[in-house]
Unconditional design. Sequence first.
Length: 221
Amino acid sequence: MLSQLNNSIIKCNKCPRLVQFRKKIVKNKRKQYFNETYWGKPITGFGDNKGKILFVGLAPAAHGGTRTGRVFTGDKSSDFLYKCLFKAKISNQPTSKHVNDGLKLNNAYITTALKCVPPEDKPTSDELHNCFNFFDKEINNLKNLKVIVALGKIAFDACVSFYKTNYNFSDKIKFQHNQIYQLTNKILLVGCYHPSPRNVNTGRIDEKKMTKLFKKVLRLV
């Protein structure tokens, strides 16, 4: 069950470098969050466990998920993401601010390939493979899963690596926004630009493009 899995994720201390970095973030808070109590533990998935869509980011943000305790919550990337999810009618509201804000996902679950924030957003291969055990159990618990949406190239590469390691996936595929790929267990993988301020500010992605892709994903399921 996901509840048991999530409890084991939260208690995980398997990667010394990541544990140390989490503690450093909790200690060195951002000025605007100085009076807040940071979550400072691994992040679990969130959403509709009967959903057919799985959104996957690489890892929780240092002052987003690591602060709030929920994936894609409390930072600028989540602000943009949920505006688009709301427009596509996948979420019940256009914001994701904190764990008690009433947010719900429709037909979708959201998680990260890596459950802890890594220094410079760069996990080692060993750290990723340690978390693949959790990622595999998440996928197996989502009984209705049809489509994985990888949020960003690094998350996409992590998903491909996971399928090569666990499901004998051998196709050579490269990240491309709005491109659909067939994985080995009848699940589709969709490439999607990361909803980061950098991508939004440079015009690589905008609300119209992102919402259009999310509506396309809904049609796939």
